[in-house]
Design a protein around this ligand. Structure first.
Ligand code: ZN
Length: 202
């Protein structure tokens, strides 16, 4: 739990989730308002809880997102799921003005949710490996190579900055409430769930 102020997370239907957000200058990032915003987004993400939060999700059309896959989230998962998802802890960091490149041709199908589509999940195909060039929370140029779940988080958050949400990319027949996911589908391999749902087109 966090001590800081919690921002309101907007739900789908708000225009800001469907627009292209604007870049931030390194000077803006280093300035007090954006530094405060990053801290508030961090606290809001932790409180939700979530592993990523993009500025449009709190109603701001800025190319900024925060990411953290805390060790306690990862260790709470059964080992087979952790391995299947290629999920390992990612320390807190912010990304601004990201440029995403897909590396290789491998994709992975997993269920994911979004704080702006509260109460639902769906299976979404994502690239397994990505490279992201961006500015960090200090306004410095950095390059991130990511694989597995971290690559998925980056793709999900960067989509938000371009006006996309996961329902634009999901296997539509896999869309369901989080409750039903836990009750019926969460315990089985994704391939099996997609087969049973008639989810994967090929
Ligand atoms: Zn989201």
């Amino acid at each position: 739990m966090s001590d800081g102020a919690r921002l309101k997370i907007v739900q789908v239907g708000e225009q800001v989730l469907r627009g292209r957000a604007r870049n931030l200058s390194p000077e803006e990032i280093r300035g007090e308002p954006i530094q405060q915003l990053i801290a508030m987004m961090r606290d809001t993400m932790r409180d939700a809880p979530g592993v990523g939060l993009a500025a449009p999700q709190i109603g701001l059309g800025l190319r900024l997102a925060v990411i953290e896959d805390a060790p306690e989230y990862v260790s709470s998962l059964p080992e087979n799921i952790r391995i299947e998802r290629e999920r390992s802890p990612v320390p807190f960091h912010a990304i601004a003005n990201p440029e995403l490149s897909i590396i290789g041709t491998e994709t992975a199908d997993f269920f994911e949710g979004c704080l702006s589509l509260s109460g639902f999940v769906a299976a979404v195909p994502r690239a397994r490996r990505v490279n992201v060039k961006c500015l960090n929370e200090s306004g410095e140029e950095v390059e991130i190579d990511a694989q597995g779940w971290y690559a998925r988080i980056l793709q999900h958050e960067i989509d938000h900055l371009n006006g996309y949400v996961y329902i634009d990319r999901m296997y539509t027949r896999s869309f369901m409430t989080s409750e039903h996911y836990s009750r019926y589908w969460g315990g089985m391999p994704v391939k099996q769930a997609l087969l049973a749902l008639g989810g994967r087109p090929d």
